[in-house]
Write a protein that binds this ligand. Structure first.
Ligand code: SF4
Ligand code: SF4
Length: 585
């Protein structure tokens, strides 16, 4: 198979394109063969006849067709396809006993499909629509590879799997009881108390699932998965909604699951956490919604560097034209300049929660990162700046007009993206619409967008509000894949510098923050009890303060210059802590 033709049936509209336009322009059809044909009211394309001229792709007014020349290395049929002209997945990741194996790659290129096949939730069709391959066929398909053993064990009933699904927000829709009731139901290992303690769930035992936060829901879902008696555990994005402290804790917890009888597979977009949590990784690459390929396995450090470089060494293959690069040193920035707003010592008590802020101010034309645990006063501070909350003592110089993208962005609106973003499309097509690749979503109703698509739409909607001078984005990286995270950070940074406005970014992905922030505000304290705002600081000083609280140190990778967390008590960790230089040595 050297070429695949993808037809997005949702977009294909033969009546409105001028009656099967692609069929009429295809040179193969014009010679009398049926390369493009009618299939249940839409079009189908026969890949064996297609010559890859691309005319249909250019002519279709609805961008419904993709013709893709596959890398020459793909000498086998796909492991699965969603219909003849639908998404194709090639190869699978390899669970390894005693190891945590990570999967990295864009959204929409088959990572979740791969996990569903390995866990037995989806019977693959080996590229033949409507077929359901038997385990014996999969054993044959993977002959001569490590996966051969895996499917043999699965066939022999020696593998039991447990999966933590990606969309934890769906949990309350499926289970109406309390946290404790759910965990009791899942507790095949009889380790409920131990695991609930490690994941800090005891305080929310009696709450219903629809009454807990996203971070709590994530930890409940992880506990529910781990309580199952299994020897292969799959975690699909286990750190979304978690703050950095919880991310580190959950990473250690997941790492400790792997032993000689247990394999762990993790899909994760937070590169620092992926690096920290896994031993080896697979890179997935391809074209979203068209095809995905799972690479051979590599040691985590080399694998992440290959991913950033866009080049697979073993396969000798480039899968991205550009390299994602990082600065060698954190940019030295001053935080003086034209102040948008400043404050002196502030205090505010809300019930049993006490918020305090040391004097500080926000400069115009600056992106300021905000780091701190959940429930520690970040939104209280925003409400004070926006004039929605009065302080008990202290003073804010001016009330600022603020546009806010909240952390949770679920919607059941039928409005289509083109309508919702009408003003943004008119005024920010170069700054926001094009780089965030929103055109493709114009005709989609908001409620049908994936988490990552909705996130990008909401970011554009917030940044496209001209009348405000402060943008607040709460967890803009959630649901975005690693490449989208880096593109989004560039979009935000450019817009802020060109418009002269200010952005406050709350996020827990340290690599995203490292890439984007010029200054840092650091929140310290105890969730739900007290929160102390310090800063803004220059990046290096702010990170040093933040990492001291976490007892972590970070260095830059020598090859890619990306930030990495040092192993606790490693030589570098001890050296950097000794010099009190926790952020890059
Ligand atoms: Fe028309 Fe495009 Fe559908 Fe072809 S793929 S029938 S050109 S809408
Ligand atoms: Fe026909 Fe060319 Fe389209 Fe292939 S790429 S289906 S040959 S028009």
């Amino acid at each position: 198979m050297s070429r695949i033709a993808i037809v997005e049936r949702k977009k294909c509209n033969p009546t409105n394109c001028g009656n099967f336009l692609c069929q009429r322009v295809c040179p193969v059809n014009r010679k009398g063969d049926e390369c493009v044909f009618e299939a249940e009211g839409k079009v189908g394309i026969d890949e064996s006849l297609c010559i890859g001229c691309g005319i249909c792709v250019k002519k279709c007014p609805f961008e419904a067709i993709q013709i893709i020349n596959l890398p020459a290395q793909l000498d086998k049929p796909p492991i699965h396809c969603y219909g003849k002209n639908g998404f194709h997945l090639f190869n699978l990741p390899m669970p390894i006993f005693g190891k945590v194996v990570g999967i990295i790659g864009k959204n929409g290129i088959g990572k979740t499909t791969a996990i569903n096949i390995l866990s037995g939730l989806l019977s693959p069709n080996l590229g033949v629509p409507r077929k359901k391959a038997k385990l014996a066929e999969l054993i044959e398909y993977f002959k001569g590879t490590e996966l051969h053993n895996y499917f043999e064990k699965l066939n022999a009933g020696e593998i039991n799997v447990a999966v933590k699904p990606q969309q934890v927000s769906m949990l309350p829709k499926h289970f109406k009881g309390s946290v404790k009731e759910l965990l009791i139901e899942m507790d095949e290992k009889k380790q409920l108390n131990e695991i609930a303690k490690t994941l800090e769930l005891e305080n929310i035992f009696d709450r219903k699932l629809d009454q807990i936060s996203g971070g709590e829901l994530q930890r409940v879902a992880i506990a529910a998965c781990v309580l199952r008696k299994a020897n292969v555990y799959f975690f699909d994005e286990p750190t979304s909604y978690l703050d950095i402290k919880q991310r580190i804790k959950v990473s250690k917890f997941i790492r400790n699951l792997a032993d000689e009888n247990t394999a762990v597979v993790v899909i994760e977009h937070d590169l620092i956490i992926l690096d920290y949590m896994t031993d080896q990784i697979h890179i997935t690459f391809g074209a979203p919604s068209a095809y995905g390929v799972v690479s051979s396995i590599a040691a985590t450090k080399e694998g992440i560097n290959e991913y950033l470089a866009g080049f697979l060494r073993k396969e000798n293959m480039r899968f991205r034209a550009n390299t994602i690069s990082f600065d060698d040193k954190p940019p030295v920035k001053t935080i003086q300049g034209d102040l948008l707003v400043s404050w002196d010592n502030l205090s505010k008590t809300l019930g049993s929660f006490k918020f305090r802020a040391s004097p500080g101010g926000l400069s115009r034309k600056h992106v300021i990162g905000v780091l701190g645990e959940n429930g520690i006063g970040k939104s209280t501070f925003m409400k004070i700046l926006a004039g929605e909350l009065k302080v008990d003592s202290g003073k804010v110089s001016d009330k600022v007009s603020l546009a806010y993208k909240p952390q949770y962005i679920d919607t059941d609106s039928d409005m289509i993206v083109r309508e919702y973003l009408k003003e943004v499309i008119a005024k920010f097509s170069t700054e926001l619409v094009a780089p965030l690749k929103l055109e493709k979503l114009f005709n989609e109703p908001l409620k049908q967008l994936s988490g990552g698509e909705l996130q990008k739409v909401m970011i554009a909607k917030t940044l496209g509000q001209e009348a405000v001078n402060l943008f607040l984005l709460d967890e803009p990286s959630a649901y975005l894949d690693v490449e989208q995270r880096l593109i989004t950070s560039k979009v935000i940074s450019k817009l802020i510098h060109n418009s002269g406005k200010t952005a406050l970014i709350i996020d827990h992905d340290l690599l995203f923050m490292d890439y984007l922030s010029e200054d840092l505000i650091v929140f310290e304290g105890e969730p739900a009890k007290r929160g102390q705002l310090e800063g803004p600081f220059e990046m290096e000083k702010g990170m040093n303060k933040f990492l001291t609280d976490l007892n972590l140190s970070m260095r830059r990778d020598q090859e890619s210059k990306r930030p990495r967390v040092n192993k606790l008590n490693s030589r570098l960790d001890r050296e950097q802590k000794g010099k009190k230089k926790l952020y890059y040595s």
